[in-house]
Ligand binder design. Structure first.
Ligand code: 4NP
Length: 144
């Protein structure tokens, strides 16, 4: 199973989602490959936000080696599932979908709720970690 996690900047939420999902999948003995991307291009080539790196490190997960990249059309071919954090990411990704098969791969990580953007609020990184972790555990239950 190949899963792509997507948010706006690919420096706060989707790097956490990539790290958490890869960690949980490895722990469960699943041969899953997880990546992440953003729909905005401001931070391409950079490491994740230091606050996300810390929130993950506090829970024993190293996301510091990840490199920010932009979501691209070929991601629809390369991944089985594309999990987005909020409804604006959903709209941005769906706008690039070429057909019904592409659209069918795209889902909100939390199903019917969103992972809020913590970029402007330092206190939100630990709660966002927990939200993403809960979402990833559900995905593993459904797809493993
Ligand atoms: P993310 O958070 O989408 O969770 O990575 C953001 C990071 C950067 C910006 C917005 C959201 N930005 O505007 O630079």
């Amino acid at each position: 199973m190949k899963i792509l996690m997507v948010c706006l900047g690919n420096i706060c939420r989707s790097p956490l989602a990539e790290g958490i999902m890869q960690h949980l999948a490895n722990e469960a003995g699943l041969d899953w490959q997880i990546d992440s991307a953003g729909t905005g291009d401001w931070h391409i080539g950079r490491a994740p936000d230091r606050r996300s790196i810390k929130a993950a490190a506090d829970q024993g997960i190293d996301i510091s080696k990840q490199v920010c990249r932009l979501f691209r059309e070929s991601d629809f071919d390369d991944f089985d599932l594309i999990l987005v954090m909020d409804k604006s990411n959903l709209a941005n990704v769906l706008a690039l979908a070429r057909n019904i098969e592409d659209r069918g791969k795209v889902k909100l990580l939390l199903g019917d709720s969103i992972v809020p953007d913590p970029y402007y609020n330092d206190t939100q990184f630990a709660p966002v970690f927990k939200l993403i972790e809960a979402g990833c555990k559900k995905i593993i239950k459904v797809y493993s």
